[in-house]
Write a protein that binds this ligand. Structure first.
Ligand code: PMP
Length: 395
């Protein structure tokens, strides 16, 4: 019989030339476990997904309960399914009034597709402005607004009428005009190596979009649900988007995404043509039940406040001459080293030190720290001790 390792290499579609290749048999809280009892502290959260930790008991209980009621019933938006409508209601409760209508999909890329389509349909325009080093997903539409030519070049032609502009540079606004359907931006650029938008920049962008009748889309796939120390990063900017993209932690560890807007804007998807955006599995009841339970945990356990405290502790404990800076917000951090080679060595050797680390797509000389928000002070201290040993040996 083939081993799982052999099956992985032979029969699983591959995209990475150097996959982690760690076999995991169980995950709980902030830890992942290998087949021979190896224990790894997860400093990545499956890329900002497991904000409430792995298999939070409230989340697994919600999943179990929902599996006893029903799984898939019907394509999206036809039947009244309690987990979906309860979750949409909860989001409307915690988001500003202009974001009171949620369309659930299966992933971040799909949420971006829905958001771009919604903006085109609502404005009757086709222009899309996006930012250098932005990441919005891997489907054709999302790839068309990805700010890195390395990943796009081989897949042309992509969507027409898209314009890439500089992030945090006010000259970018010249690209926005009355032909622009939307501007899509991450308030904190994650894959660029955790680069927050300047307060003034985002506010001026909001103003420019309003003047031009252009819809402003915030992609909070990675920054949502407490990750950066507030429930959503945009809350710190005093600006509200017309469309909000959510994904990753929205499902509490299950596959889910959403684009959220006002009922007025969202309503255009049901006329000319009807069924303007449809999905079979979007808003799957088990995923919505899990996501809602996770959101309740974030709120009840006040994980956003805890996230800022843990972030400060981590920055305090993690001091080493090889680290030129630690950038980021809350528990979405980029540890900047002197070279991509050092980052590579550290990430590759991390499992030997009982840690899981990861790269950024567009920032080769930094590695990512984004643990579950449930990580305790002791676990942070342990992680930092191990990290310092690792950096000492591998940098
Ligand atoms: N937007 C952002 C900001 C992301 O970080 C990602 C995923 N890394 C996506 C969209 C795409 O999400 P998914 O992989 O679920 O399609």
């Amino acid at each position: 019989m083939l081993t799982n390792r052999q099956l992985f290499l032979m029969h699983l579609g591959q995209t990475s030339p150097a996959p982690m290749m760690l076999e995991i048999v169980k995950a709980e809280g902030v830890f992942l476990y290998g087949p021979s009892g190896e224990k790894y502290l997860d400093l990545v959260s499956g890329v900002s997904v497991s904000n409430t930790g792995h298999r939070h008991p409230r989340v697994t209980e919600a999943i179990r309960k929902q599996t006893e009621e029903y799984l898939h019933l019907m394509v999206y938006g036809e039947m009244i399914q309690s987990p979906q409508v309860r979750y949409a209601g909860k989001l409307a409760e915690i988001l500003p009034p202009a974001l009171d209508s949620t369309y659930f999909v299966n992933s971040g890329s799909e949420a971006v597709e829905g958001a771009l389509k919604l903006a085109k349909r609502y404005t009757g325009r086709s222009g899309i402005v996006y930012f250098r080093n932005a990441y919005h997903g891997s489907t054709h539409g999302a790839l068309s607004v990805q700010g890195s030519e390395t990943f796009r070049a081989a897949y042309r032609p992509l969507l027409p009428d898209t314009r890439q502009v500089g992030f945090n540079t006010p000259e970018s606004f010249e690209a926005i005009g009355e032909e622009t359907a939307c501007v899509i931006i991450e308030p904190v650029q994650a894959e660029a190596g955790v680069i927050p938008a300047d307060q003034g920049f985002l506010q001026a962008l909001r103003k420019k979009c309003t003047e031009c009748g252009t819809l402003l889309i915030f992609d909070e796939a990675q920054t949502g649900f407490g990750r950066t120390g507030t429930m959503f990063a945009f809350e710190r900017y005093g600006t509200v988007p017309d469309i909000l993209v959510l994904a990753k932690a929205i499902g509490g560890g299950m596959p889910l995404g959403a684009f959220v807007s006002s009922r007025e804007i969202m309503s255009v998807l049901s006329v000319n043509p009807q069924l303007g955006h449809i999905t079979t599995f979007g808003g799957h009841p088990v995923c919505c039940a899990a996501g809602l339970a996770a959101l309740e945990v974030i709120m009840e356990e006040n994980l956003t406040a805890g996230c800022n405290e843990r972030s400060m502790l981590l920055r305090k404990e993690l001091r080493h001459p090889s680290i030129s800076c630690i950038r980021g917000e809350g528990l979405l951090l980029a540890v900047q080293l002197k070279s991509p080679e050092a980052v590579n060595r550290i990430i590759q050797h991390a499992p030997e030190f009982g840690l899981i680390l990861d790269y950024f797509l567009f920032c080769g000389d930094a590695f990512r720290i984004a643990p579950p928000l449930t990580i305790t002070e002791d676990e942070i201290k342990y992680a930092c001790r191990q990290l310092l040993k690792l950096i000492g040996e591998a940098s």
